[in-house]
Design a protein around this ligand. Structure first.
Ligand code: ADP
Ligand code: ZN
Length: 423
């Protein structure tokens, strides 16, 4: 589609979605009315700048269904984001939404070179997380053979990859490396398997990581980006040129803004990615701030696609960490520590990648009055904190107790996070 045709389509769809939320979501109607806006004020895609932003906090404040536009009887599925900082975000999909999602996901797979002849293994988690089912429906929609391997039981997965001649794989880049390692331990070599395409995403990864995975699994690795609030995996995908990820912009309209001023930044400049869903029925969002930092690139790609591309995710405009695919905020660790009398409010999060899996260590100071040289007592304290952290973060953290006053006290912004992963 030419740029002009695309913009025309986006403009029409934007008007429709604004009209739809105005009449179905009190939150948006109130916002628009406060700004003196009527749906008919939105005529072209450029008018998007008139619209209010939506934030993660808005989703939380309206938990669980406050931003849902479709009646519950039309919702055929819900997913939830991890919700590590409070209420999880619940996203409801109508039948049509699932159809759009499957179509966009099939587009991604097609761009990677997957066809009906492929057997494709989905090794994202199946469940409330959008990764598993999202990718799965795309594979089926395309007509390839879906193998819902999910995560865990990696040895069994390696055997399936070998025995079924699996040619495509979707998972996080870190899981791909773990898989490679498991394969090597089992004595299965690249020549024993037929993998040729990997769809990797759900966490940031680098070009170095791509080279490593490609050479160890003997496949071509492509980026797959998405977020549950907007849809799930399928929002953007790399084509075989591997030069930015094409956005399904007929459904998800992208903008790049300065997160401080909220003003648009020029093409090619790093800023916060913002999406407006143009066709969603279940929970349409206007100008949703993803907190993901990246660039947008215009111009036709060598593959012939005209869709705008986004660069790699370079970081986040909040302090969220993604550890083993789970969102972790340093503030969560802080609140656990502060609610436990034995510890000083000085702590550090150290994240390492061991055997290609992320490992979180929480280093924390023990108050003098609780210091003891009885090892079982110290071990019990570590366990106590570790269990509390597990229940709040949903991932296991190793606790390292330090004598009071050990951690460096900072003058300004403290360095609470040491991320040793080469992301
Ligand atoms: P949540 O983590 O909030 O539950 P999701 O599971 O949908 O929501 O995760 C979406 C987030 O995951 C994105 O906003 C982004 O930070 C990260 N992400 C997803 N895909 C990629 C990718 N290909 N590269 C980098 N980061 C990604
Ligand atoms: Zn391309």
């Amino acid at each position: 589609m030419s740029r002009d045709e695309m913009r025309e389509l986006q403009g029409r769809r934007l008007h429709k979605v604004v009209d739809y939320v105005y009449h179905n979501v009190p939150f948006y109607r109130n916002k628009l009315q406060q700004m003196g806006l009527e749906p008919d004020d939105i005529k072209t895609i450029d008018d998007i700048r008139l619209l209010p932003f939506t934030t993660k906090q808005d989703l939380r404040d309206n938990y669980p269904y406050g931003l849902q536009a479709a009646p519950q009887s039309e919702i055929v599925r819900v997913h939830a984001s991890s919700g590590t900082t409070g209420n999880p975000t619940i996203v409801g999909y109508t039948h049509k939404d699932i159809g759009v999602w499957s179509e966009c996901m099939a587009r991604c797979l097609t761009a990677y070179g997957i066809t009906r002849a492929d057997t494709f293994s989905v090794a994202y988690g199946y469940g409330l997380f959008t990764g598993g089912l999202g990718a799965h429906y795309g594979v089926e929609n395309l007509g390839a053979t879906a193998v819902p391997a999910s995560t865990g039981n990696t040895e069994k997965h390696v055997r399936l990859i070998r025995d079924l001649g699996i040619t495509g794989l979707a998972c996080t880049p870190s899981y791909a490396l773990h898989l490679a390692e498991t394969m090597e331990k089992m004595g299965v070599t690249k020549d024993d398997i037929r993998l040729r395409v990997g769809a990797f995403g759900a966490e940031p990864w680098t070009e170095d990581m791509r080279c490593e995975i490609e050479s160890r699994l003997g496949l071509q690795g492509y980026n797959l980006y998405g977020l549950s609030e907007i849809m799930g995996p399928c929002v953007s995908y790399e084509c075989q040129c591997k030069h930015g990820s094409h956005i399904c912009e007929d459904h998800f309209f992208p903008e790049i803004i300065n997160p401080d001023t909220l003003e648009p930044v020029p093409m090619g400049t790093v800023g916060e990615l913002v999406f407006t869903t143009l066709t969603k029925e279940g929970m349409p969002l206007l100008r949703y701030r993803t907190r993901d930092l990246c660039t947008l690139m215009e111009g036709e790609c060598e593959c012939g696609r005209t869709a705008v591309r986004m660069g790699r995710i370079l970081g986040r405009s909040d302090d969220m960490l993604i550890i083993r695919g789970i969102n972790v905020f340093p503030s969560q660790v802080e609140s656990v520590i502060l609610s436990t009398e034995e510890f000083e409010p000085h702590y550090q999060l150290v994240i390492d990648r061991v055997d290609n899996l992320d490992r979180l260590t929480v280093r924390v100071e023990l108050r003098n009055e609780f210091m003891t040289d009885l090892l079982p007592d110290l071990a019990a304290l570590e366990r106590k904190l570790s269990e509390k952290l597990k229940s709040v973060l949903s991932i296991r953290a190793k606790v390292q107790l330090l004598p009071q006053g050990t951690l460096e006290r900072s003058q300004g912004k403290s360095k609470r996070v040491i991320d040793n992963r080469k992301l």
